[in-house]
Design a protein around this ligand. Sequence first.
Ligand SMILES: Nc1ncnc2c1ncn2[C@@H]1O[C@H](COP(=O)(O)OP(=O)(O)OP(=O)(O)O)[C@@H](O)[C@H]1O
Ligand SMILES: [Zn+2]
Length: 592
Amino acid sequence: MHSGKKRMWILASILLLAVIGYYIYLYFEPDPQRISYNEFIRAVDREKVAKVYLDDRDLLKGEFKDGTEFITDNPRKEGFKEELLKKGIAVDEMARQSQIRDTGSFLITMGVFGGFLYFLSTKTVKQAQGGMGKISSISVYPEDDKKVTFDDVAGIDEARESMKDVIDFIRNPEKYARYGARLPRGIILYGPPGTGKTLLAKAVAGEAGVPFYAVSGSDFVQVYVGVGAGRIRDLFRKARESGKCVIFIDEIDALGKKRDRGIGGGGNDERDQTLNALLAEMSGFRDNEGIVVIGATNRLDVLDPALLRPGRFDRHIEVGLPDVKGRYEILKLHSRGKPLSSDVDLYKVAQQTVYFSGAKLENLMNEAAILAAKRDSGYIEQSDIDKAFYIVMAGLEKKDRSTIHRFDREITAFHEAGHALVTKLIAPEHSVSRVTIIPSTKGMGGFSMNIPPDRMYYRKRDMENSIKIALAGRAAEEIVFGQDNVTTGASNDLERATEVLLDMVRRFGMGKSSGLLNYDVLYSNGIRQGSDEVLRQCRETMDLFYEEVKGLLIRHRYTLEAIAKALLEKETLDEHELDQVIKECNKGRETA
Ligand SMILES: Nc1ncnc2c1ncn2[C@@H]1O[C@H](COP(=O)(O)OP(=O)(O)OP(=O)(O)O)[C@@H](O)[C@H]1O
Ligand SMILES: [Zn+2]
């Protein structure tokens, strides 16, 4: 929006200047003298006329050989042009000035021209934002919205510290040159979406007080060979003109993906050219230039090694999901300027938002603020944050719950009860901070918030448990409602379970018969034979786990039903309430 407005203003100023300029020109230009047709004929005979502008209007304009202009009546007769030409007079049928003279048509011309300019600029900006236009140049503007500093970045302290050096490099490149230090030219920030990579890059520019140029890698991948490379050169030329600066390339994997070494790995010419252009531009920096290129990607391991070599993007900084303390800091930051009621405990919110990225946390506080504003009671309360939590997790709560089929509610209750109960039984170190059957517009029936303890490494057991917990929803459905009544509600669960299992077998050497090989490495070297074995192993293990979970739930069916019943009643259970239900059941069993 911002830059669009700016463009409009620039456009308007150009038009205004052009109109003013035109009138000044009119004012100073001597009026051509009006001569009669006879005078004109005489002048022609005496070979005084150099040029005639011919069209089919009443008057025609011409130039004498001494450069002065005249106007006379246009005879509009056939053969007139030929007569003139025979006498050595130039005839111009484009009717240059006479047309432009006409201010109306002049304005139209300018309008069209301006519109064209405007069209061009919007188009290129769209491209910079991820469009797929095919114009060879790319427009980048240093972003001039509110300056971002390190104060705007919270909860990712390590990444922030690493970036502090970079600011000093940009500010004092001479200092480092004096010591013969090679400056980092390229830095890769990698980590999950929404963790603040863009924010961090912006903050570096903000702190160093230099312009920030942002593009996306996908803008450079074009259909036509050579276009992307041209754009890279454009970008760097622009950046160099401004001296010191930060160039940010989001989604750098789009142009620097590993080349496929597998069967038929011909590669992609266009992408290679673009990548080569980027590398060439980067090695073209002088060390004291103070230009730093920051690339961002979700995965470091997919990048072409050529990109990561020394002298290129040789600094790799992880920007991970924030831990509890980090989440707390981010929540505090995004509560600035928001009136929080005294019942809000941000630390508790931080505890309940495991796996939330900075972007999600920002979103959470924003949704809470919107809810509070709708209520208009002066403060954001804990209940607003709770509601916002569901909105962020699963889209808006469905307004009209009465329309939900009773059967749906029941099956959801058992599904979620299954997840919760199996967690409590096999992985008591997890906390189950919420279980709910409140449906969402995104179609998720309900969910349970399952928080594994923060650990550096995960044991095989932990991974197996997370698979079993994921399978428990479907298992509960099957036990209670029968095999024919299981629902599609488990699709996310199965996806997650499959991912974990595949990782175990393929990457971590945890499969029973698949050995310690890393199958990703095998595949990327063109060895494909193992995949049947991996698949067989995965299926076998999954079936085994599923039977195990079913057995577990059958043995604890009484508790399962109790949890489901409590869910149907209250819709949401927190950890304490869940523990309470389970305890009651155990007591009942002992006395019975
Ligand atoms: N560490 C953080 N501290 C404060 N705010 C954050 C943080 N991380 C994310 N945010 C908020 O989320 C928004 C989006 O983050 P940003 O665009 O920087 O993420 P990203 O890692 O670049 O994501 P993507 O990989 O999707 O491009 C930021 O503008 C900010 O409001
Ligand atoms: Zn589930």
